[in-house]
Design a protein around this ligand. Structure first.
Ligand code: BTN
Length: 273
């Protein structure tokens, strides 16, 4: 065990120890940086070296170039958020990447639900945003590397708003955090505990989903689907979200009656999810 940097915030410092105590395959080795550009880039760089094992994790207290989906920036000031990336060495067809991303969203949902202490309030907005009472608390950025027609490895990058109490004005009405959603007076949750919960949840499902598809987790996803039955817009067309299909696509019944299956992109809820 490498000696920990004494400058690490105490609520992150125990991350490797907590992950190891769960006994799963994810979380070793686990590197914690005070600051990095993007943990996804750290994981992608290391993933090119075949010696870097399945389950290796990069955590940072702050990121200077945190990235979200759709080319957006991900707010990553020090001391506030759980920011990490996991390297998954799953060899599967590329079509299994969206189901893996959904499994990651579900693992984050479960961990956030434990942290805020309100299971029913925490949902997954397809494909893998995690919402509490309609506001975004976490996001997942999945980047895969192909070798021929097979996936060589997948990097799952996760950002969870944990201690933030005030967001910049542009996102204040859309974003929330564990600190804002937990019961008043509840002790603050360590970022390391949420991390260990996410890794345990993802470890439980990922290989099955990579090899067999969504089957085993489909019912759990359906139960926490923030969009199901809601009015949505996708590429300018309105409709009603009708759940997630077995390949991980969002099913939309458009207002003109057509059923469309959305593989990727952004779906906007026309009402609060
Ligand atoms: C999104 O909802 O748009 C996805 C956000 C993903 C953010 C995480 S933070 C850790 C990892 N490193 C990054 O640069 N991005 C992901």
């Amino acid at each position: 065990v490498s000696r920990l940097d004494p400058r690490l915030p105490p609520d992150l410092a125990r991350a490797a120890e907590l992950a190891r105590a769960r006994g799963g395959r994810l979380g070793a080795p686990l590197a914690i940086a005070l600051e990095t550009e993007s943990t996804n880039d750290d994981a992608k760089r290391a993933g090119r070296d075949p010696a870097t094992p399945h389950g290796a994790v990069w955590v940072a207290d702050a990121q200077t170039r945190g990235r979200g989906r759709q080319g957006r920036a991900w707010l990553s000031p020090r001391g506030e958020n759980l920011l990490f990336s996991v390297l998954l060495r799953v060899t599967c067809p590329p079509g299994r990447v969206p189901p893996i991303a959904l499994a990651a969203g579900l693992a984050v949902r479960d961990a956030v639900a434990t942290a805020v202490g309100d299971d029913a309030a925490v949902k997954v907005k397809w494909p893998n945003d995690v919402l509490v009472r309609g506001k975004k608390i976490a996001g997942v950025l999945v980047e895969s590397s192909l070798s021929g027609a097979r996936v060589e490895h997948v990097v799952v990058g996760i950002g969870v708003n944990v201690h933030t109490r005030a967001f910049p004005e542009e996102i204040a009405s859309l974003a929330t955090s564990v600190a804002l959603e937990a019961a008043p007076g509840a002790p603050p949750t360590d970022r390391a505990e949420i991390l260990a919960d996410v890794l345990a949840g993802l470890d439980h499902d990922v290989e099955h989903v990579a090899h067999k598809g969504l089957g085993m987790i489909h019912a759990r996803l359906a139960r926490s689907d923030a969009l199901a039955g809601r009015a949505v817009t996708h590429e300018g067309a309105r409709g009603i979200a009708r759940g997630i299909d077995p390949d991980g696509r969002l099913v939309i019944e458009r207002d003109d009656g057509a059923i469309v299956r959305v593989v990727s992109g952004e779906v906007l809820a026309a009402e609060r999810a």
